[in-house]
Design a protein around this ligand. Structure first.
Ligand SMILES: Nc1ncnc2c1ncn2[C@@H]1O[C@H](COP(=O)(O)OP(=O)(O)OP(=O)(O)O)[C@@H](O)[C@H]1O
Ligand SMILES: *[C@@H]1O[C@H](CO)[C@@H](O)[C@H](O)[C@H]1NC(C)=O
Ligand SMILES: *[C@@H]1O[C@H](CO)[C@@H](O)[C@H](O)[C@H]1NC(C)=O
Ligand SMILES: [Mg+2]
Length: 342
């Protein structure tokens, strides 16, 4: 086994071991798929095959898995082999966060729409690699199974002019979380490699929260033009956002900056603005952590309602202050991206 395979193996293992979901598939019934979802079914079977291989190698001694852990850290620190661009995609922007629930998916969706609004000649895609809790289908008001192209690649689903792909299109929402955990690595691989994006200027990638194997795997497999870290002021205070940024730096992904979610609360009744962390506190803190601030997103009921009903605010209320906040962030992102290589 080469070191890279070991790394992947370790990645798979840390996401809960065991072949439970494969067994469940054979027993059927536990995993709920959309009807006529031949694609998803095929997908799952392939996962089971590769999982079985991994399971057979899984009994590692404690010492050996400690070694693997060190190895992984080592490999991570030197940046990795064979980053291969996604066919047809000029620039990839990842949206990440140290913690969960800080508004990452909302930012990813609105950033994608805002990039399109910034320059209507650009083709934009949105890839949801949050295989545990995909939110793009709901936020972009999309569902259904992707069709396969002639070359057997999945075709993204389209809404509001954005091409979207998500694990949520491939499995039912009710599929057990443990399944997602088991299959996560090859699922990510498929989402990265088996999608026919056509030609895209920007692909915005919605990451799962934190700095785990998915983030690492994405960063190491495809060239990323820049990472946008979403945080709340508390998050910065707790340094989680900083940890997120550090991970990208270690794998040589340029960190474009920080988007602060909820830094200001505006009372819907009296319009009074409350700066939860002081008008400049979070910004100062970000600066001491050597992170640029790309913009602030106010905490606003409309943002929540818009995103939870599948009508993202940049699309549904483009003239609103909240949409403008995302548009400004998109302009900052464009300004900071390196020129595309392709
Ligand atoms: N600025 C905002 N004001 C009000 N509500 C918001 C704002 N940003 C996001 N929300 C709401 O907060 C919730 C969580 O946001 P979101 O799903 O974008 O977070 P996330 O970081 O992607 O979460 P996860 O870590 O679970 O992927 C959603 O209901 C969303 O509508
Ligand atoms: C080693 O693997 C076992 C499961 O196989 C796991 O419980 C343990 O936490 C691992 N140890 C380390 C240091 O990763
Ligand atoms: C688009 O982004 C560029 C680069 O940051 C900026 O100069 C321009 O004003 C933006 N245009 C719009 C319409 O937002
Ligand atoms: Mg999310």
């Amino acid at each position: 086994m080469g070191s890279w395979q070991r790394l992947l193996l370790l990645g798979g293992m840390s996401l809960r071991g065991g072949g439970g979901a494969c067994a469940a598939l054979r027993g059927s019934g536990v995993l709920v798929f959309r009807r006529q979802s031949i694609l998803a079914h095929k997908f799952l079977l392939e996962q089971c095959v590769s999982r079985t291989v991994i399971n057979s190698k899984q009994q590692l001694s404690g010492a050996e898995n400690e070694t693997l852990k060190q190895r992984r850290t080592q490999i991570m620190s030197r940046g990795l082999p064979k980053q291969k661009p996604i066919e047809g995609v000029k620039q990839v922007i990842v949206v990440a966060s140290g913690k969960g629930g800080v508004g990452k998916s909302t930012t990813a969706v609105n950033l994608a729409l805002a990039l399109a609004a910034n320059d209507s000649s650009k083709a934009i895609g949105l890839l949801d690699v949050d295989v545990y809790g995909p939110s793009i289908p709901k936020m972009m008001n999309l569902k259904g199974n992707p069709e396969l192209s002639q070359s057997n690649l999945m075709r993204p689903l389209l809404n509001y002019g954005i091409a979207c792909m998500s694990m949520g299109f491939l499995v039912e929402e009710t599929a057990p979380v443990v399944w997602r955990g088991l299959m996560v690595m090859s699922a990510v691989e498929k989402l990265l490699r088996q999608v026919d994006w056509g030609q895209l200027d920007y692909l915005v990638v919605d990451m799962p929260p934190g700095t785990g194997d998915v983030q690492l795997s994405v960063s190491q497999n495809i060239p990323i033009s820049g990472a946008v870290i979403v945080s709340t002021p508390q998050d910065i205070a707790l340094m989680d956002a900083h940890k997120g940024a550090e991970m990208f730096r270690k794998v040589h992904v340029p960190v474009l900056g920080l988007v602060q979610n909820m830094s200001v609360f505006q009372c819907p009744k009296c319009k009074h603005k409350t700066h939860i962390f002081g008008a400049d506190g979070a910004r100062r803190l970000a600066r001491t952590l050597d992170l640029d601030v790309l913009g602030d997103i106010p905490l606003h009921l409309d943002i929540r309602e818009a995103s939870d009903t599948g009508q993202p605010i940049v699309f549904s209320q483009p003239g609103s202050d909240e949409a403008k906040a995302y548009l400004r962030i998109a302009a900052e992102v464009v300004r900071r991206l390196p020129p595309p290589l392709q």
